[in-house]
Design a protein around this ligand. Sequence first.
Ligand SMILES: [Zn+2]
Length: 342
Amino acid sequence: MKSEIGGKYHYSGSSRSSEAKMICTQGEFRVLDEEGKQLAGARSREVKVSSRLGSVPRMVRFPDRSCFETPDNDGLDEWLKASGRGSGILSVLEGKLRYVLLLGLATILLLWAFVAYGIPSLAKVAAHQLPRDFLDEASDFTLETLDDLVLEPSELEEDRRKEIRSLVDATFPWKAESDYQLLFRRGGEDLGANAFALPNGVIVFTDELVGLLESDEEILAVFAHEYGHVVERHSLRQFLQDSAVTVLSFLIIGEATDTLQEALNALPAIFLHGAYSREFETHADDYAFRMLSEAGLSPKSLGDALRRLEEEHGMGDDMQYFSTHPPTEERIRRANEAEWLP
Ligand SMILES: [Zn+2]
């Protein structure tokens, strides 16, 4: 730290000024003339110091209204800091740093809450208010895309298809026929044994799934799970949520990232069953447990179907019925427990 800083002393109440130096001893600022005679002095807390603005000389104003002017901004700042005073706007900001940090934290928390709770709630409301036309259009587009990309025409016997449709109709007679439509496709290499539900109630079973499931109960259980996705509008909600987050991040980060484009392509991808949230899968399982119980069937059959599908697909494959959370083990355990519920 400097022992003295040079500058000009402006006498109180006159335009007179002279060369002088300022020293700082024991928290006291003192201005001395060239002979060492004191011109002004005060404790550092009693002087007023102008804010630092680039290299503009600073004014130190004493209680007697005299002023010491110095271009030595760094020297003065060092003294002010040592005597417990920051300088200008920096010190103000330093003093308010905790509030700035708190405000930043509050903003992040609010944003997180909006993404975690606000968007899903809005997406739920929107998904349930979308008109039938929109659901049909979105569903047609999705099925066409999937037909182009991964699905092949079903090779299942017409009789077998009829049999499964009648089985579903007979087991869940309270479901209006217009509520759903059961279609069959070959899953091929990409999808294999699989099932998915489109927003308008079209539920697609792959031939491989029908071949894999060993009992009517298992087929009904998978149907009930997919029907749960339809009733809860999961596909649309997932789509709206994902796009909202993407659009939001686009607005905040301000970059037209690839993800924005990806969001627009997300609808078909969601039906490949890799994109449902853990919450949606759990809700669809719960819906299926209730639906099966109402039909006098055991929820355990969903667990059996899940087990079979897991064995078929193995673990770690991206595009499969169970790549989703929650893990199959947990879903099977819940199915087994649901059986004992009243
Ligand atoms: Zn599902």
